[in-house]
Design a protein around this ligand. Sequence first.
Ligand code: ADP
Length: 168
Amino acid sequence: MDIELVRGDITEQNVDAVVNAANSSLLGGGGVDGAIHRRGGPSILEECRRIRERSGPLPTGRVVSTTAGDLPARWVIHTVGPVHSTTEDRTHLLTSCYVESLRLADELGARTVAFPAVSAGVYGWPLDDAARVAVAAVREAGTATSDVTTCRFVLFDEPAYVAFDRAL
Ligand code: ADP
């Protein structure tokens, strides 16, 4: 599996699946979540509402998929990153976001998947550590996926890009 780094907006990626840094309500938020629902249109939120009604809130580290509405991608994989904590190590939950997203992408038949820097925004994860965890997780998971050929990290600003570049 190839790992790519680009600086840009996740909603503009021509990939099979984009990963959303969602929150457990699945009912929308700011950052990546806000951008995906804004650009993707209301159908994504409608699907999220149905999932929410059926299964309740999405636990941290877990994933669900919807279609991608008006986005160039075919699917959105929603995952809930952990809020960063200085008293508790939640690395395994951040790792799970990436591993589970790639597993679901593989199950869907996606070949190309784009990730944002999960938890590195409102959820407060220090950028360098978020990048190290992300890169280690996709490297590890990449060996187990059969269909996914490309994993693209889409970094919104220069500091995030530099952190991921260093981690790679
Ligand atoms: P979380 O709540 O998991 O921290 P955020 O959406 O707040 O998620 O932020 C995650 C990362 O995504 C941050 O580095 C933020 O700058 C970045 N980001 C925000 N909007 C976009 C976008 N449209 N495309 C790619 N990355 C984005």
